[in-house]
Design a protein. Structure first.
Length: 217
């Protein structure tokens, strides 16, 4: 899938060549390097944002950085019209594998994309409850809301109203001390699909893989 052009000449793009556990999947991403929320969150001790993997990915792959910065600006500044929406030919799709919501306009654009592709199940990861809830949570049968817990090693994560799942990240010593079960294999999302199905799994827990300094935990 190439660039999707707006009527004003701007464009945004879907990432079709994901790597690691996201291999084989499509996603719509934005850059945390220009998102004020992400920038602020990376400065706070104890938050998973201190270990932002996207930040490192963007520095390693300049093309990703340029594309995701552009996506952020387009999606936060324009309300997409029906002829500016992508046609997704995948059964599952991830919103924000990299980055987070910028504002309500961004969120409503993702809603429009999901509405235009009813045969695809979309999963939206976000820490920004205030953006989603401001004006009301838009519920769609093909959209799964996943609250990405900001705090690393959150002992008692809470499922926000209107959301379907909670995704939390832990260090190995913490899980051993508090007997927390890790049910995200972090190997192949396209095969696992716990987060992309309406099921009885509400809390999805993963080991932290990157500490922000180039080392895995």
């Amino acid at each position: 899938m190439g660039k999707i052009y707006l009527n004003n000449g701007q464009y945004y793009g879907v990432t079709t060549k994901m790597q690691g556990k996201m291999a084989g999947m499509y996603s719509l991403n934005t850059s945390p390097e220009v998102n004020p929320f992400c920038i602020r969150m990376r400065q706070i001790e104890g938050l998973i944002c201190k270990s932002c993997f996207t930040k490192t990915t963007e520095r390693r792959w300049e093309r990703c950085h340029i594309a995701w910065v552009n996506n952020y600006r387009v999606l936060t500044e324009n309300r997409l019209k029906s002829d500016e929406l992508p046609v997704i030919r995948k059964d599952i799709f991830r919103f924000q594998a990299h980055g987070d919501l910028g504002n309500r306009t961004h969120y409503l654009n993702l809603i429009s994309i999901a509405e235009a592709n009813p045969k695809t199940t979309f999963a939206l990861w976000t820490k920004r409850l205030e953006v989603v809830k401001r004006g009301g949570v838009v519920k769609l049968s093909n959209l799964i809301y996943i609250y990405s817990t900001p705090k690393l090693n959150d002992l008692n994560p809470i499922l926000p109203e209107g959301f379907d799942k909670v995704f939390s990240v832990y260090t190995r010593p913490f899980t051993q001390e508090h007997n927390i079960a890790i049910n995200c294999g972090a190997r192949c999302c396209n095969e696992c699909r716990k987060c992309y199905e309406h099921n009885d799994i509400v809390f999805v827990n993963e080991y932290i893989k990157y500490n922000g300094g180039g080392k895995a935990h």
